[in-house]
Ligand binder design. Structure first.
Ligand SMILES: O=C(O)CCC(=O)C(=O)O
Length: 260
């Protein structure tokens, strides 16, 4: 279980490389989906531990995302998914990297009632990495569409570098950033999915998620992978704080294990 690969087609790999994202249906089997839902619900109910809850009920960030980072460090069941070969091998095949390491996971719940969209942004500017190439898998644990927080991606926007990071609570419009003049939001692709399906997106791809207008949480698990050899930029990040890493050194070791 989870050690078997999900073979990707050449078309899917080419699509990812050209457009900076791809949707892969049925990444999880029905019994795996049930298991992961249970583990995610357990971990979100748990207090303390080694994961980091980055938003608190009632605050502005929580209306965008109820987020917990590094759930794998608290829950052995989630760790089996986060460290699994199936997802990491797919990330390796899509990027064509010689190896793939874990950067971190995060549970991403979009809560009902007064929910806000996740504004258009790129992920890479938040990450303390010198090189590009890191990517996320975003696994839907509920069916998603525009009513409950499905994502959208702008094809080919992964070619745009050196933009400012977007504050998810008080966002600026990334499309009005001078460097993004060539990116057309009207070409965005909506990623409606069944639970158990996933998308992969490059850290530079512009993406957005709708607000959740239903009365149930929208649950997703995202895992960030980086090509083996990615080095630490020295920028502040909760996953590298206190580790004594030297800028320029490789992000590796037990907290950033090689998975494929
Ligand atoms: O789940 C969301 O609403 C946004 C997710 C996201 O931005 C990401 O996984 O990079």
């Amino acid at each position: 279980m989870l050690d078997d690969n999900k073979p990707l087609t050449n078309e899917q790999i080419q699509y990812y490389r050209e457009n900076g994202f791809v949707q892969i249906d049925d990444m999880l089997k029905p019994d795996e989906l049930e298991e992961l839902r249970q583990y995610l619900d357990e971990t979100m109910r748990q207090e303390g531990g080694r994961s980091v809850q980055t938003s608190q009920k009632g605050n502005a960030y929580y209306k965008v995302l109820n987020q917990r980072v590094n759930t794998w460090r608290d829950h052995g069941g989630i760790a089996r998914f986060v460290l699994s070969r199936r997802f990491a091998q797919a990330a390796k095949d899509l990027t064509g990297s010689s190896g793939i390491r874990l950067f971190h996971d995060h549970a991403l719940l979009k809560m009902p009632h007064d929910s806000k969209p996740t504004p258009w942004h790129q992920d890479w500017p938040y990450w303390p990495m010198n090189e590009t190439g890191a990517l996320s898998i975003w696994i839907a644990l509920d069916d998603v569409d525009e009513n409950n927080g499905c994502m959208m991606f702008v094809p080919k926007s992964q070619k745009i570098k050196n933009l400012k990071s977007v504050d998810l609570v008080e966002p600026h419009d990334i499309f009005s950033d001078g460097g993004a003049a060539r990116v057309d939001r009207n070409t965005a692709v909506v990623a409606r999915m069944k639970a158990g399906s996933c998308t992969f997106h490059d850290g530079l791809t512009f993406h957005y998620a709708h607000a959740n207008r239903t009365d149930r949480p929208r649950r997703a698990l995202a895992i960030i992978y980086m090509p083996d050899g990615t080095t630490f930029s020295g920028a502040r990040h909760i996953c590298t704080e206190g580790l004594g890493l030297e800028a320029g050194g490789r992000l590796q070791g037990g907290l950033f294990p090689r998975l494929a």
